[in-house]
Design a protein around this ligand. Structure first.
Ligand code: EPU
Length: 337
């Protein structure tokens, strides 16, 4: 039986730890229960919000609608070839649980994405990425329930229109699909990706180069830099790394000789937003009940009692100073509700 809860607090369901109430809340562990929830929302004339692990969302006020929290479980091997396997994974599976599962089996593809908070269902939406790897590199198919037609749909990798922290699920299909399963192709003969930052150096302290040591290296690096949401509310990177023209970057370099960048195309580069924010003096700064993390300026943290509006306000101040100082617009990565 489906249990629609009324006047439910989402404090434990968002990684900023914001005490926000939703008019109605439902955990949906099957396709049928998702369908039922959608019908309930139509019948009751309630807007809906799909909430996965809650690790990339900033609530600024109570939600007057139905929050659907998909909890579909399961990691099922659907194809087993000589060099690779395909796994169909439920949207409600914890992301790092999947990564750990794959690494324990010696399968390659997800190890660089270790310890990213959130659930599998959200991984294609913003094409999660870290240490030189993105979810799009292993996703072969995304399945879900179309909200308008209530039919099951499936999109292959190219149909998902993946891009840096972006996909069709953030554009054309935004609020039009509830992702139920994601299918990944994992390699039995892993090619390790270790060029990013100091991964290689970290691995050398851990022993043999395997998916397991890559995972351990990533975990060590993340733990040193990124706050644990269970201890200090946060949503990982708050902003995307901006892509700017070479001319804009050259201008910045005239004043900041050592400005970091990654090439994107012949005419554009990506600048780490954390660097821009740090240059503006924000790193480690506390403003009321929130602030900018002391070890990674891209992360905004809740020191305990911040409201969503306070956090949004801080984010907007950061955007303004970066625009004033560098003429670069920072786009929020976190979804503001
Ligand atoms: N930097 C600073 N100051 C800072 C932070 C970064 O100067 O406070 C500069 C340094 O030059 C550093 C460079 O930025 O070398 C890159 O920093 P880092 O390796 O920490 O990566 P990032 O670009 O800041 C991105 C992702 C992270 C991901 C890391 C590692 C985005 C928006 N963020 O951050 O993703 O873990 O790379 O691959 O692309 C997330 O999305 O929640 C997330 C944490």
């Amino acid at each position: 039986m489906i249990d629609i809860k009324k006047g439910y607090s989402l404090k434990s369901k968002n990684s900023f730890g914001l005490d926000i109430n939703t008019q109605c809340f439902v955990e949906a562990s099957t396709l049928d229960s998702i369908s039922f929830s959608l019908n309930y929302a139509s019948y009751s004339n309630l807007p809906i919000l799909i909430l996965g692990g809650g690790s990339n969302v900033l609530f600024t006020k109570d939600y007057n609608g139905l929050v659907i929290h998909p909890t579909i479980k399961g990691i099922e091997v659907t194809e087993d070839a000589t060099d690779s396997i395909i796994v169909k994974v439920g949207a409600g599976v914890n992301w790092d649980h999947l990564v750990e599962w794959s690494v324990l089996k010696g399968l390659g593809g997800l190890e660089n994405l270790s310890l990213i908070p959130g659930n599998v269902g959200a991984s294609p939406i913003q094409n999660i990425g870290a240490y030189g790897v993105e979810a799009k590199d292993t996703i072969v198919k995304v399945e879900g329930l179309s909200i308008p037609s209530k039919k099951i749909i499936a999109l292959n990798n190219s149909e998902c229109q993946f891009d840096y922290r972006n996909s069709i699920f953030k554009t054309e299909l935004k609020n039009k699909i509830i992702i139920t399963h994601v299918n990944f192709k994992l390699s039995k003969k892993p090619t390790l990706v270790t060029h990013y930052g100091n991964i290689e150096e970290e691995i050398s302290t851990l022993g043999e180069r395997t998916v397991d040591t890559v995972r351990k290296a990533v975990i060590n690096i993340r733990k040193r830099k990124l706050p644990d949401p269970a201890e200090l509310g946060n949503a990982g990177s708050f902003f995307k790394n901006p892509v700017v023209s070479i001319e804009t970057f050259e201008k910045i370099k005239r004043s900041f000789e050592k400005a970091p960048s990654y090439p994107v195309s012949d005419s554009t580069v990506k600048i780490p937003a954390g660097w821009l924010i740090e240059q503006c003096g924000w790193k480690g700064k506390k403003v009321g009940n929130c602030g900018v993390h002391k070890d990674q300026a891209l992360v905004i943290v809740n020191y305990g009692n911040a409201t969503g509006s306070e956090i949004l306000n801080l984010a907007e101040q950061i955007q303004k100073t970066v625009l004033d100082q560098f003429s670069v617009e920072l786009e929020m990565e976190v979804n503001v509700v």
